[in-house]
Design a protein around this ligand. Structure first.
Ligand code: RAM
Length: 523
């Protein structure tokens, strides 16, 4: 799996947009939390996510125990935390005649505090694995870690003291931070108990990803990604309603396009606003759809007006990737995300993302009374949809095909349904056929499952959509999820596109959307 970088680029900064975003910087709400239990590591190798963590004592019972060289313990905070850890360290025995050498390991899941990080050989940097090793010269001491961590489990390993003293930890706490205001969440009646749980875990996922911006995951990448923002925003409108945070993120993206007006796939906020040098076909287009969704939720016309040229530019750029047959060119010069899947060909799904975006962009043009642009986009939709059926629909096999090898994947069919290339009845049939035939190139992420559920709901297949929510996100809940995971393949619980499940993020923005479906469609 490659991340493509664009080396030659100039950033054309819009300082007014930057200023608007700066003014919308949120206040963070904090809460002090303490561990609940002492636990052991897992023993069953299948149980990587924590459901069989054995409680051995309460935190209160154990907090005066002393630890010497090579001794360790794990505490369970009983819920997911995104915040700053503080601990009191007291010497026990003789006065400390050597510094304390200590290691803290943080796990969103039990696996991260159970398997040693030195075996990690994935292709993402090991620096994402959450660990702190440090020395303490003077004790008693109260240590507050400067980095924010994302975890439920904390392993404290005493690497060395001296033969004359050991240490105890009589206070451990985490100051959690979020820009979400939980008081704003509307109380809704959800009859089904499983759905209530799924709704709760979705909201917790969203909240723990909300900081100065909507982050993709507080463990990794701790960054504003456009594809994640699009889904977080939808969940946000139904729950915590921090619409100004969506607005801030939109202005941030629009503030730093490259010389072609392209909006980057993700942004760094520190030390200053920097767009990453990754540009994704689908993510750039989602700038326009996220703007439209924001307008739908807020009716904030000023923002729509301000950001309209940026939105239109993404569409124009995408259209320039079309072949003379009006099909998205599938060559080595592009990257469209769609899903983490080694074999997935992205041509058909990207074509569908383009049509889906054109439709929303046409609606913006209409609202802004940009009649000429509206007619032009409308014309493009017809031409491209027709070409899609002509070149990508295979009547004989009854599926959309993608790429030179005419690949049939779940992603291509799902996106074509969302794009509405066919009418409702044909879409329904296509989905039924998809579920029955189960093509080999399947789905790997909650991100792609979101789109399957979306396709089912817009095709009025409510019962099947509910089954997917229960069997997929519900399965994560059964496995002990406090927040939903970035990656989950029920047939392969350790699946990771990054070469190791240790680096996966287990509180991930794009997985938070069940609450959107449950509340919007009253499931
Ligand atoms: C990963 C992250 C992020 C996603 C990108 C494409 O790095 O999980 O959420 O949007 O991939």
């Amino acid at each position: 799996m490659n991340i493509q970088e664009s080396k030659d680029r100039d950033i054309i900064e819009n300082s007014e947009f930057k200023q608007v975003a700066e003014q919308l910087k949120p206040q963070l709400n904090t809460k002090l939390q303490q561990p609940k239990h002492y636990i052991t590591t897992y023993e069953d190798s299948q149980a990587i996510h924590g459901w069989n963590a054995k409680k051995i004592a309460t935190w209160q019972e154990m907090k005066h125990k002393a630890y010497g060289k090579n001794e360790s313990f794990i505490v369970d905070f009983n819920d997911h935390m995104a915040g700053f850890l503080r601990l009191n360290i007291n010497p026990v025995g003789s006065p400390p005649d050597a510094p304390l050498h200590i290691k803290l390991t943080f796990g969103e899941t039990l696996v991260e505090v159970s398997e040693p990080f030195y075996n990690y050989e994935g292709w993402l940097s090991s620096s994402w694995l959450q660990e702190e090793v440090f020395y303490v010269d003077v004790m008693p001491a109260t240590i507050t870690l400067p980095r924010r961590y994302s975890f439920r489990y904390l392993k404290v390993s005493v690497l060395d003291t001296s033969p004359k003293y050991s240490v105890s930890f009589d206070a451990i706490s985490c100051k959690t931070v979020t820009s979400a205001d939980i008081n704003k969440i509307p109380q809704v009646e959800i009859a089904d108990e499983k759905m209530q749980q799924i709704d709760k875990v979705s909201i917790k996922t969203l909240i723990d990803c909300m900081h100065d911006v909507f982050e993709d995951g507080p463990k990794r990448d701790r960054r504003l990604w456009l594809g994640d923002l699009r889904l977080q925003a939808l969940a946000n409108y139904q729950t915590v309603q921090n619409n100004d945070l969506v607005k801030r993120c939109l202005y941030l993206f629009a503030a730093v396009p490259n010389q072609n007006g392209e909006i980057a796939a993700n942004l760094f906020l520190e030390p200053t606003l920097i767009p990453d040098d990754t540009y994704l076909f689908d993510y750039s287009l989602f700038f326009s759809t996220t703007l439209f969704d924001y307008y739908e939720a807020t009716k904030d016309k000023q923002t729509l007006k301000d950001l309209w040229p940026s939105a239109l530019r993404q569409v124009e750029n995408a259209l320039s990737r079309l072949s003379k047959e009006n099909i998205v060119m599938d060559d080595s010069s592009w990257w469209s995300f769609i899903d983490w899947h080694e074999e997935l060909n992205k041509q058909a799904s990207s074509q569908a993302v383009l049509i889906y975006t054109l439709k929303k962009t046409a609606k913006i043009a209409k609202i802004l009374e940009e009649e000429e642009t509206f007619s032009w986009i409308d014309k493009q939709i017809n031409i491209i949809a027709k070409a899609t059926i002509e070149y990508l629909w295979d009547e004989q096999v009854g599926f959309f095909i993608s790429g030179e090898k005419r690949q049939i994947s779940w992603a291509s069919q799902i996106w074509m349904v969302i794009a509405g290339v066919f009418d409702k009845e044909r879409n329904k049939k296509l989905l039924q056929r998809l579920l029955k035939e189960n093509p080999k190139v399947g789905i790997n992420t909650p991100y792609m499952y979101h789109h399957l559920v979306d396709a089912l709901l817009i095709s009025e297949e409510k019962e099947i959509a509910i089954q997917y929510l229960e069997n997929y996100w519900g399965k994560m809940v059964d496995l002990g999820a406090d927040t939903f995971w970035e990656l989950f393949n029920p047939d392969n619980p350790t699946f990771s596109p990054y070469g190791s499940h240790l680096i996966n993020s287990y509180c991930h923005a794009w997985s938070c959307t069940p609450t959107y479906f449950i509340r919007k469609y009253k499931l």
